[in-house]
Design a protein around this ligand. Sequence first.
Ligand code: HEC
Length: 118
Amino acid sequence: MTTLKIFLVLFVIALCGCDERASGPAGISMVQSRQLVPANTDLANVYNRSCRSCHTVMTTGAPLTGDALAWAPIMDKGMTVLVDNVVNGYGGMPPLGLCMDCDVDQFEALIHFMAAPG
Ligand code: HEC
């Protein structure tokens, strides 16, 4: 019986670990995060081919797009620091956030969008 309980607990934990509905600090799920796309078409194109591949997938360690609670302390660092961190790479994020042709204005717009979409 005890073994069964342990198995069930582990099973549930395992399910949660790869569940698409897993959510970040603000409770936004990966599915909800993936549905958020910048209204501006050019920015949306850039976002779709770079930032989005990590910033809507929790296991990458990136703060999810639209997760206000995750982004609040990050935004407190100030835009200059954040753009620098994207350009140089930061933690698990490769340099330029994999957008090789983005300029500073686009990085700023992308960061604002991910922190507070819409
Ligand atoms: C290959 C995955 C990946 C891609 C692509 C990516 N990021 Fe990130 N990003 C991360 C990870 C992981 C972190 C968290 C790093 C940490 O806190 O250690 C992060 C953190 C950030 C931060 C917070 C940095 C800080 O100082 O706390 C900003 C801003 C950011 N990303 C912007 C972007 C933008 C803009 C794009 C698209 C141009 C982008 N990212 C693309 C993985 C990625």
